[in-house]
Design a protein around this ligand. Sequence first.
Ligand code: GLP
Length: 246
Amino acid sequence: MSIQTQILDTSDAVAQHAARTIATHIQNKPNVILGLATGSTPVKTYAELVCLHREENLDFSKVTTFNLDEYWGLDGDHDQSYRYFMQHHLFDHINIRPWNTHVPNGKAVDATLEGEAYEAQIRACGGVDLWLIGIGQNGHIAFNEPGSDMDSLTRRIDLLADTIEANARFFENSADVPQQAITVGVGTIFAAKKVLLLATGEGKAEAIKNATQGPIGSQCPASFLQNHPDCTFLIDQEAATQISAS
Ligand code: GLP
């Protein structure tokens, strides 16, 4: 088992390839369970999926989705919430049924119960077929910061200073940047039948090297994917500058 690394020329090519991969999964299994991610990296992929829906009738009517994470303390209608992001970039433009889209509730009364309920919902659907994820510069996946265990599940987590700093670009006031999130665990992602990680830009080059070629451990949560039976890293040339292709 090892990560399959596919290097494409540009971030546009990464997005097109990722969207085609997702579309193929939907065509092969119309009621596919997709895991989805936020962040700037998948924005173009979602735009491609919207195009495929409009131009090629890609049908999301039976698709179910689970998102990776949500800022703790933000309502879904907050314009920096991940629920809002998903509505804006994808869900509002395709024929997915709203009740089939799941994002952890950042305003849940009890984070532990919310985490358990989210895991139960994923299990009740039969598990995730394909989980699209990104990677943080510190090697986090979802909001599983360094220190997260292989068997971690959905839970509230304290964000590290460098993650809070990276997220600050999206908030007008740095004091508004959430310090916590509710995130699926490394174990939740690992349970997906297939994992597709996207990374673009040289800012991700070191994280990609550590994830694919570094030691497996919680110092770089993405490195646990080296043991996944079906994991592909789809990256552009800039994100590949510190590795050699496999
Ligand atoms: C946040 C999200 C991650 C995402 C990461 C990278 O931390 N929780 O799921 O992978 O940002 O974001 P970007 O694609 O903007 O670099």
